[in-house]
Design a protein around this ligand. Structure first.
Ligand SMILES: Cc1cc2nc3c(=O)[nH]c(=O)nc-3n(C[C@H](O)[C@H](O)[C@H](O)COP(=O)(O)OP(=O)(O)OC[C@H]3O[C@@H](n4cnc5c(N)ncnc54)[C@H](O)[C@@H]3O)c2cc1C
Length: 586
């Protein structure tokens, strides 16, 4: 079946929906999602979305931009960061006007809380003075993403957006340098659908499922990035993957930074608050890469707390916050601790460990979300990407908490605007060949191939190895071993037998395709990590412990080698406007 639209957006998270809201009603717009739209991962975001609104204390977008650049370990492109931070207050007021129910101050203004790495100078007249944490994150208790997603979904319905829920995209059709459409499987029937459009946007989210312990939903398998990689296009900065310091021990379910923003403290096995050793000024509110490394360092130094299964964790102490703060400000996350670990956060510490959380790298775009064909700035006509799957890059080597919900609404909207402008003169395309062919071939191949391998076994091996060898601390020997492991798993992938041959909700088939995507993503992360011989942001090479601005203040681009050899790597300079690199101390 062939569908024709002016614009097709893949992904119904915040980025995709915000873009769809922006498309004028005279154009036809479809949003495709492999889950029901409001089940997209944006709905799980807890802590907040930041903007220098100055509702609780004086602040400025320049403070926000400085923090974002510093948080990115000077890898973020400063022109894009300036756009995002300057636009943030407008974006938040706009969400409020759309109907998003924010928590309020006593005066009825949008409430704001502290979050890691968000600071302002002690002396407002001297930007170089010492800095302290500032209340910049706008929130809705600890359900900020949930209310944002519901609000955007309602606004899409109002804007006559067509939804294709539980459709799984399998192919991106680029012919003659133009993005013409895509193919998808209707998961309910396994029927192949072709979507023809003048403009396509990918807003397919992250790929935390490449790691064993992750805060990401099961759908976070990087399908969009993998399709781009397989189409011979580059991915950018794939070595930078953020571990959030506080996932529930063994489960990875997120305990938002809001817990520390409200005053929570990390403690080791001596009940000592150790963060003051690692970040003397902002302590527990240091950026995530630093806190995650501090936790692992405490555990490695023998100061972790031994769990019942022989693994170690660290305590997150919320007991001093009192029942009122816990119940009103962080009800969801403390509920998770009760439900999943049987811990009562008003009386006991919550066992935590770092959890794979956010992809800084992804599909390279300019700040109007146009996808880049290479590292020289050429573009693919009609192709856009926004949100976590994209790399603008505003987060550089490490994202600050609450900057992603901001990124998705700011750049989702910019993408929607750019597409609307493009549609004024865009022509309808025709396909050179039957666009469904590749998906038909893929389905046939996977359903008939036989062997002794199981999806769950290969996935587990991939995730565990990525965690051990390509996680928070990395070194050459581990990364080389991981490279061999990925090659082995890619071989074994061809011997998976799909037992379910039926057409109705064949989740075995979908999971097999997702696993193939995870393997591609793992290859791009590992190879980029092996290549970058310095430590910056979330990428820590113990064999190259220093940041090397002379050699490495540049973005990496990686291309798949379609003939089976090693991927190709290239570079793009970082855009510096007003913030010169300096040592990152907190
Ligand atoms: C637990 C958790 C808490 C977080 N808390 C915060 C926070 O407080 N503040 C903050 O700023 N950030 C937070 N983040 C990060 C932030 O929520 C995400 O980065 C952001 O919401 C991603 O939005 P997105 O629109 O790019 O993608 P997503 O919301 O992940 O949506 C991706 C969409 O793509 C679709 N899709 C993917 N593959 C396919 C396919 N093959 N076919 C069809 N559809 C497909 C999915 O169905 C989905 O609709 C949190 C993240 C997590 C995991």
């Amino acid at each position: 079946m062939i569908h024709k639209f002016d614009v097709v957006i893949v992904g119904a998270g915040g980025a995709g929906l915000r873009a769809a809201v922006e498309i004028p009603k005279e154009y036809s717009c479809a949003v495709i999602s492999k889950v029901f739209p409001t089940r997209s991962h944006t709905g799980t975001a807890q802590g907040g979305v930041c903007a220098a609104l100055s509702n609780e204390e004086e602040d400025s977008w320049l403070n926000h931009a400085f923090d974002t650049v510093k948080g990115s370990d000077y890898l973020g492109d400063q022109d894009a960061i300036e756009i995002m931070c300057q636009d943030a207050p407008r974006a938040i007021i706009e969400l409020e006007h759309m109907g998003m129910p924010f928590s309020r101050t006593k005066e009825g203004k949008i409430a704001q809380r502290m979050f890691g790495g968000h600071t302002k100078p002690d002396d407002p007249n001297d930007p170089n003075s010492k800095r302290h944490s500032v209340k910049r994150a706008c929130y809705s208790a600890d359900r900020t993403g949930h209310v944002m997603l519901q609000t955007l979904y309602e606004n899409c319905i109002k804007n006559n957006v067509n939804f294709f829920s539980e459709y799984f995209i399998t192919d991106l059709i680029i012919e003659d340098g133009i993005c013409k459409g895509l193919t998808a499987i209707d998961m309910a029937t396994s029927e192949i659908h072709t979507f023809q459009a003048k403009a396509i946007m990918f807003a397919t989210g992250g790929y935390g499922r490449v790691f064993r312990i992750t805060s990401n939903a099961h759908v976070g398998t990087g399908d969009g990035c993998a399709l781009v990689y397989n189409a011979g296009l580059p991915l950018e900065d794939m070595e930078f993957f953020q571990f959030h310091p506080t996932g529930l021990w063994r489960l990875g379910i997120l305990v938002s930074e809001a817990a520390r923003g409200e005053g929570g403290i990390l403690r080791n096995n001596k009940h000592e608050p150790f963060m003051e050793v690692y970040a003397p000024t902002v302590k527990d509110l240091a950026p995530r890469d630093m806190v995650s490394r501090a936790i692992i360092s405490e555990i490695r130094a023998g100061r972790g707390i031994l769990g019942s299964d022989g693994t170690y964790y660290i305590d997150l102490d919320l007991t001093h916050l009192g029942k009122k703060v816990i119940d009103e400000k962080i009800p969801e996350i403390t509920g998770f601790a009760r439900t999943y670990l049987g811990v009562e956060p008003t009386k006991e510490c919550v066992p935590i460990q770092p959890t794979a959380h956010y992809a800084m790298g992804g599909i390279p775009t300019n700040f109007d979300t146009e996808v880049l064909a290479d590292n020289s700035g050429n573009k693919i006509k009609g192709f856009y990407a926004a949100g976590e799957c994209a790399c603008v890059s505003v987060h550089g080597g490490n994202r600050l908490g609450t900057n992603s919900l901001l990124d998705i609404v700011v750049f989702g909207r910019r993408g929607g605007k750019k597409i609307s402008e493009y549609l004024k003169t865009a022509e309808e395309h025709t396909f050179n060949t039957d666009p469904a062919d590749k998906t038909r071939e893929l389905m046939n191949k996977l359903l008939v191939q036989t062997g002794n391998e199981k999806i769950s076994v290969i996935r587990r091996e991939l995730q565990e190895n990525m965690m051990d060898k390509c996680g928070i601390f990395r070194n050459q020997a581990d990364l080389e071993q991981m490279k061999v492991k990925i090659k082995e798993l890619q071989q074994r992938y061809c011997s998976i037998t799909i037992l379910d041959k039926s057409k109705v909700f064949n989740t075995d088939l979908i999971e097999t395709i997702e696993l193939g995507n995870l393997l591609d993503i793992a290859e791009s992360i590992n190879e980029s990590a092996l290549n970058r011989t310095e430590s910056r942001g979330a990428h820590t090479r113990v064999d190259f412990p220093k940041r090397d601005d002379a050699g490495w203040m540049k973005h990496s681009f990686i291309w798949k080698n379609t003939t089976g050899g090693d991927p190709k790597i290239g570079y793009k300079p970082v855009v510096v406007t007003q913030f010169q690199p300096m040592e990152r101390k907190y």
